[in-house]
Ligand binder design. Structure first.
Ligand code: PLP
Length: 382
């Protein structure tokens, strides 16, 4: 009954594992990839008012013009890159939908897409659903999980249609300086590939000022589909608002699919997103708290023996547990059963990451402290 390419699609490694966690009381979850903060009140209030005012209709397919204008202004202000709100921006149901639309708009059957590993779980699956084939650019712990230019060039020689970049990265937390991104762009610019730049963790940058890929130069802007959204930086996962910015031709192609499959993002959430773009203090307060937790956890994880790079952004640690000699899944299952701490096995983010775990620090400092006590007890007895 089911189409072959869907039957062959691997289920998300995260979901599989979290089916286990469901229903277990007293678990401290370092598993989920979403802020523990509730959306700032100002933003929620706008959504409530929109409902009270009876704003319950469809919007234009590409999203409320007011939101597209606010997005364009924010990008111009932060990164000095201009996008026309008329035809170079589309508001989507999360970055998830923007990714799906971009891949479906770009790929013909069999087209290749470079996916940098360890990678966000959705990239390979969405590529395959769109008829494409992922080419994995494996990054290594000894390089701090940064892209190796030689490896990038080797894969670019296979003529991929697109390269998906994600920084700050889920799951490694890696980000790049402007000059590092320029080197990456120099390599890509010599190929015909389009860059899909997923910058959804932009606001959560702690050490390196975020550089928007499209801001590198005119040609980078022309060849990039910039993706961002409100889920992470504004603690708005449930609102489901993301967006893509690109040349008109690409946005129109994405909008063709979007107008048949989704029509538009929900109006109340779009109204709330306009308010979010003005919430600088609220975002800064969350960022300060994530940074505090990052510093604490980074020190403590290394102290108890989980070799961990210092993430520069997002809210994850990608730690090695190789020295304990347990496969990631066994380590994670035993940690869950014996100490009630939920983490995600590294293999969910690429086959090469056996012996790694992803841990989210989108959790209270109090819970993180308790998680460290439990993990220390666990590693001492294995
Ligand atoms: N991109 C990355 C790298 C993510 O980690 C996530 C969510 O975890 C998404 C996109 C999806 O975000 P959204 O909630 O905007 O669909």
């Amino acid at each position: 009954m089911i189409a072959k390419r869907i039957e062959q699609l691997a289920p998300s490694g995260i979901r599989q594992f979290f089916d286990l966690v469901l229903g277990m009381p007293e678990v401290i979850s370092l598993g989920v990839g979403e802020p523990d903060f509730v959306t700032p009140w100002r933003i929620r209030e706008k959504a409530i008012t929109a409902l009270e005012e009876g704003q319950t209709s469809y919007t234009s397919n590409k999203g409320l013009f007011g939101l597209r204008k606010a997005i364009a202004a924010a990008i111009e202000k932060r990164h000095k890159v201009s996008y026309s709100p008329e035809n170079e921006i589309i508001v989507t149901v999360g970055v998830s939908e923007a990714l799906d639309l971009a891949l479906r708009a770009l790929l013909d059957p069999g087209d290749k897409v470079i996916v940098v590993s360890p990678h966000f779980v959705a990239y390979p699956g969405l590529t395959e659903c769109a008829g494409g084939r992922p080419l994995f650019l494996v990054t290594r712990p000894q390089d701090g999980f940064k892209i190796d230019l030689k490896e990038l060039k080797r894969l670019l020689a296979q003529k991929p249609k697109a390269v998906i970049l994600n920084y700050p990265s889920n799951p490694s937390g890696v980000s790049y300086t402007r000059s590092e991104l320029k080197s990456i762009w120099r390599a890509i610019s010599q190929s015909g590939a389009i860059v899909i730049s997923d910058e959804v963790y932009e606001e959560l940058s702690y050490d390196v000022a975020h550089t928007c890929f499209a801001s590198l130069d005119k040609e980078a802007r022309r060849r990039t589909i910039l993706m961002n959204g409100f889920s992470k930086g504004y603690a708005m996962t449930g609102f489901r608002i993301g967006y893509a910015c690109a040349e008109k031709e690409i946005i129109e192609a994405m909008n063709k699919i979007h107008s048949y499959s989704m029509m538009c993002a929900p109006i109340g959430a779009q109204v709330a997103a306009i308010e979010a773009l003005g919430c600088h203090n609220e975002v800064a307060a969350m960022v300060r708290e994530y940074k505090r937790r990052r510093d604490f956890m980074h020190r403590e994880l290394n102290r108890i023996g989980l070799a961990t790079h210092r993430p520069q952004g997002a809210f994850y640690f990608f730690s090695s547990v190789r020295k304990f000699g347990l496969p990631s899944m066994d380590f994670a299952k035993r940690l869950l059963m014996e100490e009630k701490v939920a983490v995600v096995p590294g293999t969910a983010f690429g086959q090469e990451y056996e012996g790694f775990l992803r841990m989210s620090y989108a959790n209270s400092l109090e819970n993180l402290k308790e998680a460290i006590v439990r993990m220390e007890r666990f590693v001492k007895k294995i």
